[in-house]
Design a protein around this ligand. Structure first.
Ligand code: R5P
Length: 302
């Protein structure tokens, strides 16, 4: 197996290579004067199981085009198989036609990945509100790895929460799956709030069933923080319900429009995230989760 890094997240590709004992390929990326992307794989990949790793966050168009070019090139250069690891899978939030005439980007990107030569796909905590079974959509062997147990372990080991008095909370129905995974790691309880999206930046969060956070540590978990609107509304609600402290663990911290500052101003004690989108909140590597997913697909030995 050879790990081929996209230009978005070399350090994560390096960590996955280290953990799996795979070779790390050299790749040249540059732009032509007109802005088009140039990709050149510098290692011999013939007969290899190539794993192309890209975190297509924040410049999704650029990183997706790179992914299509690289996957197709790897196939053409004789790789035995091509596995695409989109440690941040972009365009997943438009997973339905909410208004007539809209493009459903999750479906389009899935189709393009397959047609660009991907034989397998790995994602990390992919956003899936309405599409519960992504493997049908992608049509190739597929694993969605989760960084949630790693994030929960970090919160406990760093003393951010006391597992014995913690409730792990997801800010919406979808996030309940992540709250459950994190809670299992800590042996804690979990709960989910209810979210209604009012616009790109505005959400309303409420409680429908008994969420008892009075005097407890709350670990608020989600797949993505974009503008921080969801976490801000959820944490205001939880503080109002008497939470002792609120810390936030997310897989993909996009942190657009000063999201971090706004969350901290609103009383969140700490925000930490995985290295799928490296920034000042990154504390945990998703590499072990990705390595596990590759193993479960029959790659990376064992
Ligand atoms: C969508 O429901 C996701 O799971 C996140 O909750 C959402 O992307 C967060 O976006 P924002 O930070 O802008 O509220």
């Amino acid at each position: 197996m050879i790990i081929v890094p996209g230009s978005s997240n070399g350090p994560l590709a390096y960590r996955v290579a280290k953990l799996t004992g795979a070779r790390l390929a050299k790749v040249e990326y540059r732009r032509f004067p007109d802005g088009e992307k140039y990709v050149r794989v510098l290692d011999d990949v013939s007969g290899e199981d190539a794993v192309f790793l890209q975190s297509a966050a924040l410049s999704p168009d650029e990183y997706l085009v790179e992914t299509f070019l690289a996957s197709d090139a790897l196939k053409d250069l004789g790789a035995r198989s091509v596995t695409v690891v989109l440690s941040y899978f972009p365009y997943a939030r438009q997973d339905e036609r909410f208004k007539p005439g809209e493009a459903v980007s999750l479906v389009t990107v899935s189709k393009l990945l397959r047609s660009a030569g991907a034989d397998r796909l790995v994602t990390v905590d992919v956003h899936r509100h309405r599409v519960l079974d992504m493997s049908k959509l992608v049509g190739i062997p597929y694993v969605d790895a989760s960084a949630m147990p790693l994030l929960a372990r970090y919160a406990a080991d760093a003393g951010l929460v006391d597992p014995g008095r913690t409730v792990v909370v997801g800010p919406d129905a979808e996030a309940e799956q992540w709250a459950e995974l994190a809670a299992r790691e800590l042996g804690a309880e979990h709960a989910a709030l209810v979210k209604t999206r009012l616009g790109d930046r505005e959400v309303k969060v409420s409680v429908t069933r008994g969420v008892d956070v009075r005097g407890r540590d709350v670990l608020l978990v989600d797949d993505i923080i974009s503008t921080g609107g969801t976490i801000r509304e959820a944490s205001k609600l939880l503080a109002g319900l008497g939470a002792r402290r609120i810390v936030v663990g997310v897989t993909h911290a996009l942190l657009v429009e000063n999201a971090l500052e706004k969350m901290l101003e609103d009383g969140v004690e700490e925000v930490f995230s995985s290295d799928t989108v490296p920034n000042q909140t990154t504390r945990v590597s998703a590499a072990p989760a990705i390595a596990g997913a590759l193993r479960s697909l029959g790659l990376a030995g064992g």
